[in-house]
Design a binder for this molecule. Structure first.
Ligand SMILES: [Zn+2]
Length: 305
């Protein structure tokens, strides 16, 4: 995951440009939900897909959570879901009993649950005041949105569904990281990578930073989805090759320029799995011996899968 930085004024301007009058209507709808004390719109009435292209462009057509590159605006809108970060209609406690039961079938060292901390309870109302809150949106892939995100929203403190005040919402101590805008922690400050595997950056298991990273990785299954591991392994082998070429003082200038170009693109926000790419490139510079080992593992993974 990476951050997609944007101010409220910039996001509002982009939305107004995409769909004039959308923000004013969103405000009226929110006031109606406030009066009704619930989200009471039907699927045919909702209008958030009208501003989907704003988030697709901001996120470089990548899923906000797994950083997979999806289709572009012209033909690819159907590949992106407008994701409500905090569920609008109801909240279901996560992990569910079924998830825990499934997890128990894994070998002991691969088990995710039980956690040593609480992750919040269900709430039948959901965050009904955030159905049209622009900083409750992101676009995501179907795997992240439909299969994994669903109506879950784990929190460390008391859930606050009946508010749209950012300061009150922050008191919930959400575990999942919200990557749009500048208000939440930078995902790259919380999650780093050992080769192609994401891990919490803060190694103190009792720290909230570690727990946020752990829950986000487990929630979106960022460490065992084969499609993600494959893309990251490809990114790593590409970066290692470029790094190796650039480390050789005998490399001719034109070849050096090509390697630099490949590297620059791999590390850019617009590429796939940028967070992994940046963490790996940093390792190449600080600990090339370990980076070489991670590259070998990535090559083995690609050969065997
Ligand atoms: Zn995704």
């Amino acid at each position: 995951m990476i951050r997609y930085a944007i101010s409220a004024a910039e996001l509002e301007a982009a939305i107004e440009k995409e769909k004039e009058g959308w923000l004013a209507k969103a405000k009226l709808k929110t006031e109606a939900f406030r009066a009704a004390k619930k989200f009471n719109e039907t699927d045919s009435q909702n209008t958030w897909s009208q501003i989907k292209p704003v988030f697709m462009k901001l996120q470089h057509d990548k899923c906000a959570f797994c950083e997979r590159k999806l289709g572009a605006v012209m033909f690819g809108k159907g590949e992106h879901d407008v994701e409500h970060f905090r569920p609008k209609r109801r909240v279901i406690a996560w992990p569910t009993a079924k998830m825990i039961e499934e997890d128990e079938k894994n070998p002991a060292d691969k088990r995710r649950f039980p956690y040593a901390f609480k992750t919040g309870t269900s709430d039948p109302s959901g965050y009904y005041l955030l159905a049209y809150s622009i900083f409750n949106y992101a676009t995501s892939c179907k795997s992240c949105n439909s299969s994994l995100k669903s109506d879950y929203f784990p929190v460390a403190a008391k859930r606050q569904t009946a508010t749209d005040d950012p300061a009150t919402l922050k008191t919930e101590k959400p575990f999942l990281i919200y990557p749009v805008g500048n208000a939440d922690d930078d995902p790259e400050e919380l999650i780093t990578y050992f080769g192609f595997l994401p891990v919490p950056k803060n190694t103190s298991t009792s720290s909230f930073q570690h727990r946020r990273a752990r829950v986000t990785i487990d929630f979106f299954r960022l460490d065992d989805r084969e499609d993600l591991l494959r893309i990251r392994a490809e990114v790593i082998t590409k970066i290692w090759l470029a790094f190796d070429i650039l480390s050789d003082s005998q490399t001719p200038p034109d070849r050096r320029r090509k390697a630099e170009r490949i590297l620059k693109l791999a590390l850019a926000d617009k590429s796939e799995q940028t967070a992994c790419a940046r963490a790996f490139h940093k390792l190449c510079q600080t600990n090339p011996t370990q980076a070489r080992q991670f590259n070998d593992l990535a090559e083995q993974y690609l050969d065997n899968n």
